[in-house]
Design a protein around this ligand. Structure first.
Ligand SMILES: [Zn+2]
Ligand SMILES: [Zn+2]
Length: 219
């Protein structure tokens, strides 16, 4: 099926076609222009606890599809005990980001940590993730992404994790929250919001991402 109202360009068109036919989705070219992407720079996916290999592979594939950089799995933090807040019984995500950024290998343009612990920042009860805006490090917590799904691993859970991973990495490329509730950069207060938004960037955010990638990376 061809999508006539195409907001995201031909790659999404192909994606929707494949999705409709329930064919395994394969991407050969991400939406971001490869010309401006250095081959030596990587996005590092850094799992903190043990995650299913198929989830990590999915994150790697989808991050590469959106951002265009070579993407690798490399654990950098043994645990996040140093960020545990006794009063709140949660982990303070900003502290984890600082530690993560300090451990960044030189070839890492961006680092995404994935954790199972519950994260917070002081002004909020919890966060699904946090990012250094325009910086290098971001983190996603799977702790609350299983809400309403029970304990079994489901495709919806995987989709939520991937969406949040793209979202937080988007912030590190200086993308802000988007008003379009279907755009991946839309701010989500609940898993319902996460389910409603897509794993794609809207046309506007995609332009901003391309601009951010064309600029020399901050070291
Ligand atoms: Zn956000
Ligand atoms: Zn957007």
């Amino acid at each position: 099926m061809l999508v006539s109202d195409n907001r995201y360009g031909k790659y999404t068109q192909i994606y929707l076609m494949l999705k409709t036919k329930k064919t395994p989705v394969k991407f050969t070219t991400p939406p971001v222009s490869h010309n401006s992407i250095s081959r030596s720079e990587h996005i590092i996916i850094s799992p903190i606890e043990n995650f299913r290999p198929e989830l990590l592979k999915l994150i790697v594939r989808e991050v590469h599809r959106i951002f265009g950089y070579r993407t690798k799995i490399k654990p950098l933090l043994q645990d996040v005990d140093f960020a545990f807040d006794l009063d709140r019984q949660q982990h303070y995500s900003t502290i984890i980001l600082e530690r993560l950024a300090s451990l960044a290998p030189t070839m890492a343009i961006k680092l995404l940590a994935i954790t199972k612990v519950d994260l917070f920042i002081p002004i909020l009860t919890h966060v699904y993730g946090e990012a250094q805006l325009g910086g290098r490090a971001c983190i996603v917590s799977t702790h609350r992404l299983n809400e309403g799904l029970g304990t079994s691993v489901s495709e919806i859970f995987y989709q939520r994790v991937v969406k949040e991973a793209i979202h937080e990495l988007g912030h590190t490329f200086n993308l802000r929250h988007c008003r379009d509730h279907t755009c991946n950069m839309h701010y989500c207060r609940s898993v319902k919001d996460v389910d409603l938004k897509s794993d794609q960037l809207c046309r506007y955010c995609l332009v901003l991402l391309n601009d951010a990638i064309k600029r020399p990376a901050k070291k």
